[in-house]
Design a protein around this ligand. Structure first.
Ligand code: FAD
Length: 489
């Protein structure tokens, strides 16, 4: 049987990140990817911490910069009480356009291939067209996987660690134990296609994602090149049957319902051939596994959890969890930290980040209150949603938020009101400053860890020493690749 230190199932952003960062430390890594790249994937709008944090640690930031992806300075929203669109910019002030205050909009076929090729260059063995079919176990530990190769032959490989990074269709995730809890609050359906010739937002925000709320839900409008646009509607799950019938008609009807998107697409043609020629549907995408690891096996990216398409957190959570998993494995294989301590740190940080985005996105949805709309009524945080919100707070162990005096739904209502007020102040001021938004609780939390990862990637040894994220927790090594015990000065 072949032997590796780490076997990764899935070569998406989560899998490629962990593979490259472990291979960089000289360990033997095998990536098994079901498809042959380049392959289609949804999730095209990135956040700065992926581009300037994780991708810099991966050594791929310059290649990304030269790939010609549209520069995303932030998000423009027709969302909430204001009738006019407002813009959330990654640069806190228009006067401080820092070199890391942007992300990219990416065709995932190209982005994911860049990351997978990078993993190969960093020393990982990558086998495409290979489907992992299950795990090997011995004495309570996961010890490897079995897979089928492109010819249909079955193989077994052993590994000290197995990473499940095989996305939301993972067949392996349940072997870590626990359950996959689906969210009622974010339970929606996405219907999406691609257009040629759509309008662009005025400069300098022509590369922004545009998100537009309307009666039946909301649209994303993502510029993937000067002419190519990804357009998707997020609507009620109950509309599934209607949509399955004639997807083209359903998408056109939704576009016609939303004046801003109709206007942006008025001179555009839907692409009907090639990888962008299909209208696609996704549902049941919002869930979390109640357990993220067991001895010998770790869940990364969508195999573990995903919140919602709004605000582009999916690739961030996938690459961030890949980074956390790599730090843990590198520390254990180097003999610096025991497995339980390293993976407890992995799980606590990953849950915290998931929790931060869960709370932010719940508050964000809360801004649209439309008494007439079934979609927006279901996205209103009410006291009836205690069960879901409380079980989520239990899951993150209360780490994403503090005040014990408030019930979870009261806290979300309070955070949402604070955020809506910050949007109002920001959009009402004429200096373009993002300071009110960056002062709001949900944005501060959502930017905190990503900012720390960017700092480590940019400054390395020169970065300020980190303090543990949790009492008694570990800190990141100066090169960002491992965990270290914390010794207070
Ligand atoms: P994936 O990207 O799914 O990669 C998993 C890989 O594993 C695939 O290549 C697959 O072929 C492979 N695989 C599967 N099974 C096996 C197997 N058995 N053996 C071997 N290989 C296997 N995120 C954003 O950041 N921005 C967005 O704008 C955004 N929009 C979204 C819109 C919608 C409607 C949805 C549903 C999601 C969106 N996301 C977005 C989320 C994003 O798509 C995911 O979070 C992200 O792709 C997760 O990366 P991953 O590496 O975990 O998994």
């Amino acid at each position: 049987m072949e032997e590796f230190d780490v076997v990764v199932a899935g070569g998406g952003p989560g899998g490629s990140t962990v593979a490259a960062l472990v291979a960089l430390q000289g360990h033997r890594v095998l990536v098994l990817e079901k498809e042959v790249f380049p392959r289609y994937q949804i999730g095209e709008s990135l956040l700065p911490s992926t581009v300037h944090g994780v991708c810099r640690l991966l050594g791929v930031a310059d290649e990304l910069a030269n790939a010609g992806f549209p520069v995303k300075r932030g998000g423009t929203f027709r969302w909430g009480a204001r009738p006019e669109p407002w813009t959330f910019s990654f640069a806190v002030s228009p006067r401080i356009t820092g070199s890391t205050s942007f992300a990219y909009q990416v065709e995932r076929s190209r982005f994911d291939e860049i990351l997978l090729n990078n993993a190969k260059r960093k020393g990982a063995v990558v086998r495409e067209g290979c489907t992992v079919t299950g795990v090997l176990e011995a004495e309570g530990r996961v010890t490897g996987v079995h897979y089928t190769d492109p010819g249909g032959d079955r193989h077994e490989v052993s590994a000290k660690f197995v990473i499940d990074a095989s996305g939301n269709k993972s067949r392996l995730y349940s072997t870590v134990g626990g359950t996959r809890n689906y969210s009622e609050f974010f339970r929606s359906l996405a219907l999406f296609g691609y257009f040629s010739g759509g309008k662009r937002l005025p400069a300098p925000y022509s590369g922004n994602i545009l998100s537009v709320a309307f009666d039946s839900g909301w649209f994303w409008y993502i510029p993937l090149s000067d002419t190519l646009t990804s357009v998707g509607a997020v609507v009620r799950r109950e509309d599934a049957e209607k949509i399955q019938g004639d997807q083209e008609k359903a998408l056109n009807a939704l576009i016609a319902e939303c004046p801003m998107i109709s206007d942006y697409l008025s001179g555009a043609q839907r692409i009907t051939a090639g990888k962008y020629g299909e209208i696609r549907v996704r549902k049941d995408y919002s869930y979390h596994q109640t357990v993220f690891w067991r001895p010998g096996m770790i869940l990364v990216g969508d195999a573990a959890c995903f919140v919602d398409p709004v605000f582009s957190s999916g690739v961030h959570l996938a690459t961030y969890s890949g980074l956390l998993a790599a730090r843990s494995i590198n520390s254990v294989l180097a003999g610096d930290v025991d497995e339980k301590t390293a993976l407890t740190e992995f799980e606590a940080r990953y849950r915290r980040e998931y929790g931060v985005f869960y709370e932010f996105l719940t508050s964000f949805y809360q801004m649209n209150v439309n008494e007439e709309s079934y979609f927006w009524q279901a996205k209103k945080v009410t006291n009836n949603q205690h069960t879901e919100i409380e079980s989520f707070v239990d899951l993150v162990g209360g780490v994403s938020s503090g005040e014990a005096a408030l019930t979870p739904s009261d806290r979300i209502l309070e955070r949402s009101a604070e955020f809506a007020e910050a949007v109002d102040r920001m959009a009402g001021a004429d200096d373009g400053s993002m300071v009110p938004l960056y002062k709001s609780h949900v944005i501060r939390q959502a930017m905190q860890e990503g900012g720390q990862v960017q700092m480590t990637a940019a400054l390395g040894e020169d970065a300020e020493p980190e303090t543990p994220l949790f009492p008694g927790g570990l800190v990141t090594s100066p090169d960002g690749m491992k965990w270290l015990p914390h010794h207070p000065a």
